[in-house]
Design a protein around this ligand. Structure first.
Ligand code: ZN
Length: 224
């Protein structure tokens, strides 16, 4: 090993940069939106390299904070895709937090297609257009049905001083994941979006195969 020599010629021990781990709060910026004025708090996840953001509205306390952990979905959130109901869920969550007067929407990057990534999600959507359901499509691609991790979300909530949440979700696994990571879930608040012809099959699969609580689907007539 070559010894490093400083400018004055003395030997220096090779310096090892201390590698940070976990989630670091990097920035806090005001974010006025059509829903209301949020604070966008940006985090860097040193373990995965993801840039994350939490939108905070009003003065949040530490208990029973109305919270949505929203899995990134480019097609649903930005393009208004009707394949899934993500875009409407995000808008509903932001509206609900504003109506409540305070709350948090953590937007989780790296969660595309339940964690398989954007291109794999598009491949899975192509398979669904051929008749597979959303679970079968992931499996046909040799990918996990749900690869999402909520450890980062829990770390972000802890950084925001939150100990317990009222969680806007229909997915029992999110609650379990938060509990595992040390955040209490005081209540689960359903986030039910009226289905449309394009997503009814997808939503029924989420209910039947992924245990999502979607009781409102009962009222929907079968679309052919
Ligand atoms: Zn989606």
């Amino acid at each position: 090993m070559t010894e490093k020599v400083g400018v004055l010629g003395e030997k220096q021990a090779p310096r090892k940069a201390a590698r940070r781990t976990g989630v670091e709060r990097v920035v806090n910026a005001p974010l006025p939106t059509v829903y209301g004025k949020f604070q966008a708090i940006g985090y860097l996840d040193h373990d995965r390299g993801d840039e994350q953001v939490a939108l905070v509205y009003g003065e949040i306390g530490s208990e029973d904070v109305l919270t949505r952990l929203h899995s990134e979905c480019l097609t649903g959130d930005a393009f208004g895709s009707q394949h899934c109901e993500c875009g409407d869920q995000l808008a509903s969550a932001l509206r609900a937090v504003v109506a409540e007067g305070s709350g948090i929407v953590v937007y989780l990057r790296g969660h595309e297609g339940r964690g398989i990534g954007l291109l794999a999600k598009l491949r899975a959507m192509a398979l669904q257009a051929e008749g597979l359901d959303t679970v079968e499509a992931n499996l046909a691609l040799g990918l996990p049905v749900d690869a999402r991790d909520y450890g980062v979300a829990a770390e972000i909530l802890r950084d925001l001083g939150v100990r317990s949440v009222r969680l806007m979700s229909n997915n029992p696994r999110k609650r379990e994941a938060l509990l595992r990571h040390g955040i209490q879930v005081a209540e689960e608040v359903p986030l039910l979006i009226p289905p449309c012809e394009n997503n009814i099959r997808y939503l029924r699969t989420k209910r039947e195969r992924l245990d999502h609580r979607l009781p409102h689907l009962d009222a929907v007539a079968h679309w052919s």
